[in-house]
Ligand binder design. Structure first.
Ligand SMILES: Nc1ncnc2c1ncn2[C@@H]1O[C@H](COP(=O)(O)OP(=O)(O)OP(=O)(O)O)[C@@H](O)[C@H]1O
Length: 365
């Protein structure tokens, strides 16, 4: 059974049970989700998981094997019906957007617009103002920077007032600082226009930053759907957790619904006696006990008991430092991020605790 990721009230875009087979391989399997006007849903996942194929089916440039797509409640493709791409009122924006080099910025934006000359001129002026490029109206694309060209492409995609915008890694050609600015501007503009957006990315930071909702995909299926907060803080499995950050794994064996670890006992309800379990935690939720080298802190309800490890590596990374420990109890390596410039010297012995409410229990791999 596929999960229903649709929501009320009526969504602008609704994708129901989309499946795409190439030969006997299902590259997209039973994908369902919906997007409200002015909202951004990110399709996030590793290369080859089926994100672009999903987008291509919504755009109408690829045909689904089964499933349906609705826009404002009207079916645009289904078992015996497929509206041609140009009739779908769907805007597209890809990484290798191509502006017409021989047309001015204004003509690029008005290309494909219908209506009187005056109407077109007004819409072009409105959009160029929104993307901050009124001054470049008469310039040609080669006279603009990469970021400016991207903004022209956005204005051009938005000019015909698409109900939906499909974006496939649209920002990956830009350098970091520029990318952050353009992402934020783009979001504001899309919201302002009330466009429903599906954004494909393989970068977790981009999805967390851009999406009101994230569909995490793996091997053609959505494995988790939710707000960035929930996807990050309540991962469905170990892979979903590891997709967003480094993880630390503390292995144990469940006995009487409890698992003993050097960090104290964890509740592991639902696991049979003898089942191997992994307690998983992100590096920022490991705490270092700075004050009492040599003598561990007392156990607490929120942090459990402390286990000792020796610093094997400490790296300064700007806002935070990453410290790696070799644990005394089993020689495993645990990583902790420390939110300041504190860099303990290699070889220092320290006590570590885990924030217990940030630990997840998953079946051992
Ligand atoms: N026309 C096709 N014929 C056969 N297989 C295809 C075709 N198009 C895509 N695939 C396969 O479908 C799978 C999903 O591809 P898709 O491009 O949707 O993935 P993706 O998640 O967007 O990856 P990327 O981020 O690398 O673009 C891949 O294994 C790809 O090889």
């Amino acid at each position: 059974m596929s999960q229903d990721h649709t929501q009320s009230p009526q969504p602008r875009l609704e994708v129901r049970n989309l499946t795409r087979r190439f030969g006997d391989r299902e590259v997209v399997r039973d994908v369902s989700f919906s997007v409200a006007p002015g909202q951004v849903t990110c399709l996030l996942g590793p290369s080859g998981c089926g994100k672009s194929t999903t987008l291509r089916m919504i755009a109408g440039v690829d045909r689904q094997s089964s499933g349906e797509v609705y826009v404002d409640g009207e079916m645009i493709c289904g078992p015996n019906f497929s509206l041609p791409p140009e009739k779908r009122r769907i805007g597209l924006m890809f990484q290798d957007f191509a502006l017409f080099p021989h047309l001015s910025v204004a003509d690029n934006v008005s290309f494909g617009l219908e209506g009187s000359k005056a109407e077109k001129r007004a819409r072009v002026a409105e959009l160029l103002e929104k993307v901050g490029l009124s001054w470049a109206m008469d310039d040609f694309p080669h006279m603009l920077s990469g970021g400016e060209q991207q903004r022209v492409a956005l204005a051009r995609a938005l000019a015909p007032r698409p109900r939906i915008m499909l974006m496939d890694e649209p920002f990956s050609g830009l350098d970091n600082r520029l990318r952050d600015d353009i992402r934020d501007e783009t979001l504001a503009l899309l919201k302002d226009e009330g466009t429903a957006v599906v954004l494909v990315t393989h970068e977790p930071e981009e999805a967390l930053r851009m999406g009101q909702e994230i569909a995490l995909m793996r091997d053609g299926s959505i494995v988790q759907f939710g707000t960035p907060y929930n996807i990050y803080n309540a991962p469905v499995d170990r892979e979903a957790m590891a997709f967003f950050s480094d993880i630390n794994v503390i292995s144990g064996t469940s006995q009487g619904a409890l698992t003993d670890t050097p960090f104290g006992q964890f509740l592991t309800p639902g696991y049979e006696d003898g089942a191997r379990v992994d307690i998983v935690i992100r590096p920022q939720h490991l705490h270092l006990d700075f004050d009492r080298a040599g003598k561990g802190p007392e156990p607490t309800a929120s942090h459990g008991q402390a286990a000792a490890g020796v610093v094997v590596r400490a790296r300064f990374m700007g806002k935070e430092s990453l410290v790696e420990f070799r644990m005394e109890h089993d020689g495993s390596i645990l990583k902790a991020t420390v939110p300041n410039v504190f860099l303990p010297p290699e070889g220092t012995r320290q006590w570590l605790t885990l924030r217990r409410n940030r630990c997840f229990v998953f079946p051992a791999k």
